[in-house]
Design a protein around this ligand. Structure first.
Ligand code: FAD
Ligand code: FES
Length: 346
């Protein structure tokens, strides 16, 4: 039996490897041409120390306390030269991918559909070649898509779930934007290159209520997450607030509505910031955030959208004096200045 191990590097690159039931993660990575940090490979030096963020594993007892002590063990730190997985795992590797002689995977896909939501957003779909495996990624992650005809790329979060052969993205129409202009005139059948998956903003194993906060096309990664949650029937309360600037920016609400049937305990609210809006809830996400959905901090908060929205929500949560047990965010920073973060207090 094999398990899938996601190696999430310090620079945001994620590589997936297969690890056998009787194999150490360090050896499995090496077999698949990824040189994880190591020195002794014998549980003595601690050089291979990483953090296991998800999944079950065994470490045995053939390593020294100097290499990994009890406190580190309790914090989820592992020695990859000793670690044998018992389930699929996500491992945070504290060095950039280039230090392990790897980097983002690159694949090509064919543009197959574009659906315009007025001047607000485009739903863009790609199909994979028959010979290309569906890209492995964690729900919430993104890829860098090359703009044909040049070397520039733009980052977009998958709105489709992992495993789907039809990849979809929800892309804001930015007036004068290079990618927006390309997509406006794009012909179906064109081939684009995609690099990834990337990013530390992904759905952790759900173990407490979830609060999902989306701004504009920051909805995209949540569509991927919700599909995964619906397929697993997690049964936990999931609350979502989806805020936009103008009425027409509110897209795919019917898709969110469908999740209220598919998920045992899912509710969502929308709001529109513009003063002239006809929407019943005017204002920002922060104006409609009922403190009850924070469960006194016993909640995992996922936050994604434009940088001012993400910063405003963070300030608002600070002001409420509630520290969520899990707090993950992604800013859709223009021009590839990547900011992803994670704060976990428990
Ligand atoms: C990790 C990450 C994930 C992302 N995921 C998504 C996603 O799923 N969907 C999505 O729509 N975007 C996403 N973005 C933003 C995306 O990468 C591009 O920045 C955006 O689509 C603009 O690209 P463009 O080529 O059309 O415009 P550009 O040619 O880059 O920009 C043209 C002009 O518009 C300004 N501009 C750029 N973006 C915006 C904006 N959002 N609002 C107002 N002005 C802007 C620029 O500063 C510039 O002056 C993500 C960004 C990051 C960092
Ligand atoms: S490589 Fe030395 S403890 Fe793992």
């Amino acid at each position: 039996m094999t398990h899938t191990i996601a190696l999430s590097f310090e620079d945001g690159v994620t590589r997936f490897i297969e690890c056998r039931d009787d194999e150490k993660v360090l050896d499995a990575a090496y077999r698949q041409r990824i040189n994880l940090p190591m020195d002794c490979s014998d549980g003595v030096c601690g050089t291979c120390k990483c953090r296991c963020e998800e999944g079950d594993y065994e470490l045995g007892d053939d390593y020294l306390e100097e290499a990994l002590d009890e406190q580190e063990l309790a914090r989820g730190l592992v020695l990859t030269c000793q670690m044998v997985p018992r389930a699929d795992c996500v491992i945070a590797v504290p060095v950039p991918s280039s230090a392990c002689k790897t980097g983002p995977a690159r694949f090509e896909a064919t543009l197959s559909a574009i659906t315009a939501h007025q001047d607000a957003a485009l739903e863009v779909e790609f199909e994979l070649d028959e010979s290309t495996a569906a890209p492995a990624f964690l729900p919430g992650q993104y890829v860098n898509i090359g703009i044909p005809g040049g070397a520039e790329t733009r980052s977009y979060s998958f709105s489709s779930p992992p495993g789907a052969r039809r990849l979809s993205f929800l892309i804001k129409r930015v007036p004068g934007g290079r990618m927006s202009a390309y997509l406006d005139g794009a012909r179906m059948g064109e081939r684009l290159s995609l690099d990834g998956p990337l990013g530390a903003f992904y759905l952790r194993e759900p173990c407490r209520p979830l609060l999902l906060l989306a701004g504009g096309t920051g909805l995209a990664p949540f569509l991927s997450m919700l599909e995964v949650l619906a397929s697993r029937d997690v049964g936990l309360p999931i609350r979502m607030l989806y805020g936009v600037t103008r009425d027409q920016d509110l897209v795919l609400v019917e898709r969110l509505q469908a999740y209220t049937d598919r998920l045992a305990d899912f509710e969502f609210l929308t709001c529109v910031a513009e003063q002239g809006s006809s929407h019943p809830r005017k204002g920002f996400v922060t104006d409609h955030l009922d403190p009850g959905v924070l469960h006194g901090g016993e909640v995992d908060v996922y936050l994604c959208g434009p940088p001012p929205m993400v910063d405003a929500v963070r300030r608002h949560l600070d002001g409420l004096g509630v520290v969520p047990a899990g707090f993950y965010y992604e800013k859709f920073t223009p021009n590839l200045v990547i900011t992803a973060g994670e704060e976990v207090s428990a």
